[in-house]
Design a protein around this ligand. Structure first.
Ligand code: NIG
Ligand code: FE
Length: 418
């Protein structure tokens, strides 16, 4: 048996999140697989043992070459998974934030040419090098806050060339950054200025030209659409996502964020991997998500940043048996944060998710929201050795103590990276 390359020992609370494949549902979201006095052993990138320290160390005694990390009684969890980000953009939009604070709504700013379309203008003008440098800095911040896997969307190009430019930057980040990146094509994020008078024409461009080109170049694993009043209708969204499914891209939706738009129902109908936002999802939409096993990705940072007070109905979803996950929605318009920690806090404070449910939603369920549940999101034998050693000795302190970085160390694929 190979000697371990890495041992993490003396974990006061080791949260393995172990269990059967697939997301945790209902009361299962409170099962953290908590081991008091735990350890993890890895050979290369993968976990070979995780559990009570005595068992792990006797099965995998360290050699002189083993890197041994002493957690000193702290909490150890899987690396956090952020399954919804727009982390590649050219410029921040703090001016719009200030306008919102003064009372302008997100929709008013968008109608006046700001919002996503302002990010489109700056991204089209930006060089790939600039996008890469900014994207790398964003991912660095995510990693420092405990995120080891992230989904990243395009959607600020809205023309073939600029969407491909974005996804090539995402691919370069995936290759060179410690964070594992799941790429999503979001050509249907908004109607660009030049197509606003021919919206079906733009949908055809996405369906007939952009989607096949992106898929043929292997630039995305998922496709996404902003299904919302004033943006893509349910029928337009269906056309986009079906085109993605035809070329092998899993479906994701920005669904029911600002109005009940039928997005959750559409996600269920198409067997989407996830439906995201869902602040205004209907009762029938929630039941449909539960029936179809679509993961609901909730983004409370967006609600907070937009200055709204109605958060997604997380409790109802959990009670109905929906697989609930959490994400930052990291983007320059509606949620400028790289930190899943503040999202865990908001989940407990505003969505009334227990600390255990929030941790499940940010690890194993978030991994399922990017179809990576077999690889990441839990600390089981054979999984990638992605984990966080925290500054706290009780996992409930992670959402409780907010606004500071509680990460002590991050291990990605068996290596200490932060
Ligand atoms: O998820 N809702 C649409 N898209 C983003 C916002 C993007 C932006 O404003 O730049 C979101 O909130
Ligand atoms: Fe988003």
């Amino acid at each position: 048996m190979a000697a371990p390359d890495l041992i993490v020992q003396n974990a006061g609370e080791l949260l393995t999140l172990g269990g059967p494949p697939g997301p945790r549902l209902g009361a299962g979201m409170r099962e953290l697989g908590l081991v008091t006095g735990g350890a993890v052993a890895a050979v290369g990138e993968r976990i070979v043992a995780a559990g009570p320290e005595g068992e792990v160390l006797s099965a995998f005694p360290p050699s002189a070459d083993t890197v041994v990390l002493d957690a000193a009684g702290a909490v150890v969890t899987p690396g956090l998974v952020d399954p919804h980000t727009h982390a590649v953009f050219a410029r921040t939009r703090e001016g719009e934030f200030a306008l919102r604070v003064e009372g302008k709504s997100y929709e008013e700013i968008a109608e006046a040419g700001g919002g996503i379309r302002s990010s489109v203008r700056s991204l089209r003008a930006a060089s790939s090098d600039d996008l890469l440098a900014r994207g790398r800095a964003t991912l660095d911040a995510m990693l420092a806050h405990g995120t080891t896997t992230a989904e990243v969307k395009s959607g600020y190009g809205l023309e073939l060339e600029a969407e491909v430019k974005t996804l090539e930057v995402v691919r370069e980040l995936a290759k060179t950054h410690a964070i594992d990146v799941a790429p999503t094509f979001l050509g249907a994020h908004e109607f660009p200025d030049e197509w606003r008078d021919d919206r079906d024409g733009y949908v055809s461009l996405v369906v007939d030209t952009m989607m096949p080109a992106v898929a043929a170049a292997g630039l995305a694993r998922f496709c996404d659409v902003f299904c919302e009043e004033g943006v893509f209708t349910v029928d337009q969204s269906r056309a986009v996502l079906e085109a993605g499914l035809r070329v092998g891209l899993g479906a994701k939706l920005h669904a029911d964020e600002l109005h009940a738009s039928g997005g959750a129902e559409l996600a269920a109908e198409l067997g989407a991997v996830s439906a995201d936002h869902l602040v205004c999802a209907s009762d029938e939409g929630i039941r449909a998500l539960a029936r179809s096993g679509v993961v609901a990705v909730l983004l409370p940072g967006t609600t907070l940043s937009l200055g709204k007070t109605a958060f997604a109905p997380a409790r109802k979803m959990i009670d109905e048996g929906v697989a609930v996950a959490l994400a930052t929605d990291c983007n320059p318009g509606s949620s400028m944060t790289e930190s899943m920690q503040i999202i865990l806090s908001l989940a407990s404070m505003m969505l009334r998710m227990t600390p255990a449910e929030a941790m499940t939603a940010a690890t194993v369920n978030a991994a399922c929201a990017v179809a990576l549940g077999d690889e990441v999101g839990s600390l089981g034998v054979g999984k990638l050795c992605d984990l966080v050693i925290w500054e706290v000795d009780d996992h409930r302190a992670i959402p409780y103590h907010y606004g500071v970085n509680l990460v002590r160390a991050v291990v990605k694929r068996g290596r200490v990276v932060s």
